[in-house]
Design a protein around this ligand. Structure first.
Ligand SMILES: NC(=O)c1ccc[n+]([C@@H]2O[C@H](COP(=O)([O-])OP(=O)(O)OC[C@H]3O[C@@H](n4cnc5c(N)ncnc54)[C@H](OP(=O)(O)O)[C@@H]3O)[C@@H](O)[C@H]2O)c1
Length: 283
């Protein structure tokens, strides 16, 4: 009997993460969920088991703004798994207001990028053990609003919610690019995704005008099942080598929308991210 493939999905309790998990469970993947709420995780697991009763789903917990919680979750995952075939860095949000971490970094940037940066490095040995490990980073067309010169500025008073979100999604793209460069020859590949404009919990934290605007747009958004297609494609299809490090929409390579997407910024982001987590990794 063929070995079941193993996928770890962050933020699998909601929206695109849940729809991706449903689809991968149907295809026989063993699933590892990394979440911050046990209650929401159990509910999601139940939902998946209703449709795929054979599914194997393990829950682990971390908040992507809390680096120690990520390190602890990684230890627990290592105690239970000796390989991961697919890491889907899916969790993310646009902030309703600008908040800074204790270190002074904008909080959504930390959750959207830095937490996933650390998680990926923590799990890289398990992805290498797969022999064909894949890393899928949920970016967005909103990367167009990002600026690499704002990365890791502390207590930046000029930041607004869309520049913060744009920076995180630009970082997801640059991280993907640099992963592909650094993992060359190691049998681990990386891909970035724009899922479309999808009706999920995204934006439900907004207040005032944005809440109203998103409410009006919701009926025109695509479903989570449709939005998850590109992630599912990248997790399961035979992919040409040239796709490594690329940006994808509608299951096809897509053009990036920001001049800051280049190797120089990808390397700089990596360096600054290592400084922010206080660790260097030999990749
Ligand atoms: N929806 C869209 O139109 C759209 C478009 C482009 C890109 N995306 C990207 O797609 C990804 C999934 O978003 P979605 O639309 O499915 O949104 P969603 O329904 O709001 O799901 C977001 C998930 O991220 C988790 N999360 C948020 N902050 C976290 C933190 N600090 N630590 C751990 N988990 C955290 C949430 O956990 P809780 O349930 O505990 O809050 C939830 O599971 C995001 O990266 C988003 O940027 C979405």
């Amino acid at each position: 009997m063929a070995m079941s493939r193993i996928a770890l999905i962050t933020g699998a309790n909601s929206g695109l993460g849940l729809a991706t998990a449903q689809a991968l469970a149907r295809q026989g993947f063993t699933l590892i969920f990394l979440l911050r709420s046990r209650e929401k995780g159990e509910k999601a697991r139940k939902q998946i088991l209703e449709k795929s009763p054979q599914a194997q789903i393990d829950l682990f917990f971390a908040d992507l703004t809390d680096m120690d919680s990520i390190r602890q979750a990684s230890q627990q995952i290592h105690a239970n798994y000796d390989r991961i075939d697919c890491l889907i860095n899916n969790a993310g949000y646009a902030p309703a207001q600008i908040e800074f971490t204790r270190e002074g970094y904008e909080k959504s940037f930390v959750a959207n990028h830095l937490g996933h940066f650390l998680l990926t490095l923590e799990l890289i040995d398990l992805l290498e053990a797969s022999g064909q490990g894949r890393i899928i980073n949920l970016s967005s067309a909103a990367h167009a609003m990002g600026k690499s010169r704002r990365f890791f500025l502390k207590h930046n008073a000029k930041m607004n919610i869309w520049s913060a979100y744009g920076d995180g999604k630009l970082a997801n793209l640059l991280f993907t690019k640099e992963l592909a460069n650094r993992l060359e020859g190691k049998n681990v590949t990386a891909y970035a995704v724009h899922p479309g404009v999808v009706n999920t919990q995204f934006g439900r934290n907004f207040t005032d005008w944005w809440k109203y605007g998103f409410g009006i747009l919701r009926p025109f958004m695509i479903t989570t099942e449709e939005g998850a297609q590109t992630s599912i494609f990248l997790a399961t299809a035979d992919l040409p080598k040239s796709y490594n490090g690329g940006y994808f929409s509608k299951s096809k390579p897509a053009r990036t929308l920001n001049r800051d997407v280049n190797d120089y910024n990808a390397q700089l982001l990596w360096k600054r991210s290592e400084e922010a987590i206080g660790e260097r990794w030999q990749l």
